[in-house]
Design a protein around this ligand. Structure first.
Ligand code: A3P
Length: 312
């Protein structure tokens, strides 16, 4: 896969420096009713984003923060880079000048102009709600991989990430964090809204849903399904290499090169069920009730297999 992560690391390191100097109340700003980190997002970039033109062959990854987007993002990027070896685009894919921060809504307002020069197939990650994406994305035929993870592990992961990184709010206790999470006072908004809104798109033929838990259970099968969905022309051997490079261990070991200082916070446990170490009976009751109210009976709610992954 591409080793050119200089711009990624520079942006993240700068956000950490800036976040450390900022007053806690300035770390987030609200845009169209949703909170975003001021160190990496801005209203100017959101306005410029409206002009973004999706291509039919773009490769999108949509996922709520802490659902494993860096993991599945690496898998997708690796699949595209490996596929490009079969085409004439190979040299361009590894061109450092053409690197952009992979999350669509993160960066400066000029990035969308620069993205027009990126070779196909572009790999684009996003945490945005579907109706906050630029109109061209859902109008295009671009395929979207939708990644979801059980809400208890998402919350546990988010708590540690927030407390470990200066650009995000710090919480004195897990209970304080839990209240904010349940109220949707998180960067990129509410988990429940996210899954509820994306559920409206889950039946489309260009949307494939994958869960963090199913990938943990059988990464080789997950990578194969993802590759087939996007029609990447990889050999079985190449697919196996992508699988090997995306183990938690391999990614954690490589994380200083791929994610800079953020790596040690991001690659935390990489497991299913760590929530059991943080959720009280009261947290469980509240989460179980809200899940049932908001997502019970929906296609994505079923896919999350709440009874298996979230029942105490
Ligand atoms: P934990 O905090 O539970 O360990 P995101 O990339 O969306 O921010 O999600 C981060 C979560 O994905 C973290 O969860 C991280 O450890 C996990 N993760 C990252 N790489 C992984 C991998 N290769 N396998 C399993 N989980 C991974």
């Amino acid at each position: 896969m591409s080793t050119q992560r200089k711009k990624f690391i520079a942006l993240v390191d700068k956000a950490m420096d800036d976040g450390a100097k900022m007053a806690p109340e300035d770390l987030m700003f609200s845009y169209k009713g949703i909170l975003y980190p001021s160190t990496v997002c801005s209203p100017e970039t959101f306005k410029a984003l409206e002009s973004f033109e999706a291509r039919d062959d773009d490769v999108f990854l949509a996922g709520y923060p802490k659902s494993g987007t860096n993991w599945v993002g690496q898998i997708l990027t690796d699949l595209v880079t490996t596929s490009s070896k079969h085409t004439e685009n190979f040299n361009r894919v590894d061109d450092e000048e053409l690197e952009e921060f992979p999350y669509l809504e993160v960066g400066d307002a000029e990035k969308y102009q620069r993205m027009e020069n990126l070779p196909s197939r572009r790999v684009i990650f996003t945490h945005l709600l579907p109706h906050n994406l630029p109109a061209s994305v859902l109008k295009s035929e671009a395929k979207i991989l939708l990644l979801i993870r059980n809400p208890k592990d998402v919350a546990t992961s988010f708590y540690h990430f927030s407390n470990g990184l200066s650009p995000l709010p710090t919480y004195k206790t897990f209970d304080d964090f839990f209240t904010a999470f349940m109220n949707g006072e998180m960067p990129w908004g509410s988990y429940f809204d996210y899954v509820f809104e994306w559920n409206k798109h889950a039946d489309k033929k260009n949307v494939m849903t994958v869960t963090y838990e199913e990938l943990k259970e059988n990464r080789a099968l997950g990578v194969k399904k993802i590759s087939e969905f996007f029609e990447f022309p990889l050999t079985d051997e190449e697919l196996q290499e992508v699988v090997d490079r995306s183990s938690f261990q391999a990614m954690k070991e490589n994380s200083t090169k791929t994610h800079g200082a953020m790596g040690s916070v991001l690659f935390r446990k990489g497991s299913v069920n760590d929530w059991k170490n943080f959720f009280s009976e009261d947290h469980n009751q509240k989460m179980d009730m809200t899940f049932e109210e908001r997502l019970g009976g929906t296609k994505l709610g079923e896919k999350l297999n709440y009874g298996v992954y979230c029942k105490a």
